[in-house]
Design a binder for this molecule. Structure first.
Ligand SMILES: [Zn+2]
Ligand SMILES: [Zn+2]
Length: 98
């Protein structure tokens, strides 16, 4: 076993994961695509951490209202938001001016 290479590989893998964990939604990426990508990469921890991150990054003013709407459709965590609340297609909250 090449110890140095293994450590370097592990460190690089860790940094990539960290990078993905802290990365904001890409420009033009809808809420559903972002949450889908994050849950696929990191799994659901039964919270709506990725949903909330998207809403914050997008500057959505009425985040609570959006989260309640997800709940009314059975979206109580990130994976449920995708499966129950947003079963298909692209979706982002409507943007209000002002
Ligand atoms: Zn879940
Ligand atoms: Zn999308």
């Amino acid at each position: 076993v090449d110890f140095d290479t293994t450590v370097a590989d592990e460190a690089e893998k860790y940094l990539r994961q960290l990078d993905a964990m802290t990365r904001d939604p890409q420009s033009g990426e809808c809420l559903r695509c972002f949450v889908d990508r994050m849950v696929a990469a990191h799994g659901c921890d039964t919270s709506r951490r990725f949903t909330t991150r998207w809403l914050k990054a997008a500057g959505t003013a009425d985040r609570d209202q959006v989260l309640r709407w997800f709940e009314s459709r059975g979206g109580y965590c990130d994976c449920e938001v995708i499966m129950n609340a947003l079963p298909g297609g692209h979706w982002s909250p409507p943007v209000r001016d002002g």
